[in-house]
Design a protein around this ligand. Structure first.
Ligand SMILES: CC(C)(COP(=O)(O)OP(=O)(O)OC[C@H]1O[C@@H](n2cnc3c(N)ncnc32)[C@H](O)[C@@H]1OP(=O)(O)O)[C@@H](O)C(=O)NCCC(=O)NCCS
Length: 158
């Protein structure tokens, strides 16, 4: 069966998403399930993109519309909680889910930013993201870089 991507808004499917974030992003650092929840998770403007393999939740990410504005961008969203389950990494699923997030953002005219873990910077860079900050430390999590992605402007005129 193929990798199926679904978008959920607000609290739909949220408990399973929080569990996946916990397993992949928080538990390995000794952090709690409570620390796997994000402020704004339940807002109706928040989209959670989830990838299923054989009906099992294998990957997730969340986009929260953000007060942080990128230069010259009318609206931006924070990408958070990018996680691919153990046993499903390195198979292209993260890339497929990130592509879906890009398509969502393109359709909404939204640019994206994230606090990327140092070890994930290469993954985002491969998919058109740019580093926009020096390295900084996130308490309890480790070294990060701010990164951003903007929908490509069409320069062609007819
Ligand atoms: C980082 C993560 C989301 C990538 O997802 P994935 O499904 O394993 O990655 P994919 O198989 O889709 O890889 C797509 C491409 O990115 C590359 N890539 C994946 N992870 C990478 C990394 N950490 N650094 C550099 N490149 C990476 C792959 O080699 C592949 O390149 P290719 O197209 O040239 O073959 C996943 O490994 C993960 O959940 N890691 C643990 C949690 C984490 O670090 N999340 C990010 C928090 S900011």
């Amino acid at each position: 069966m193929t990798f199926e991507i679904r978008a959920f808004y607000g609290s739909e499917a949220l408990s399973a998403i929080i569990q996946l974030r916990y397993d992949v992003l928080r538990k390995p650092l000794g952090l709690s399930m409570e620390q796997s929840q994000f402020p704004g998770d339940e807002l109706s403007t928040t989209v959670h993109m989830v990838g299923y393999k054989n009906n099992k939740m294998a990957a997730c990410l969340t986009i929260l519309l953000s007060d942080v504005k990128l230069p010259e961008e009318p609206q931006s969203g924070q990408l958070r909680g990018m996680a691919v389950a153990d046993g499903y990494r390195g198979l292209g699923f993260g890339a497929l889910l990130l592509d879906a997030a890009h398509e969502w953002a393109r359709q909404k005219g939204v640019s994206l930013w994230c606090n990327a873990r140092r070890k994930a910077v290469g993954f985002y860079s491969k998919h058109g993201w740019e580093v926009t900050s020096p390295e900084y430390e996130v308490v309890n999590v480790g070294p990060h870089f701010r990164m951003c992605w903007k929908p490509k402007q069409t320069t062609q005129t007819y």
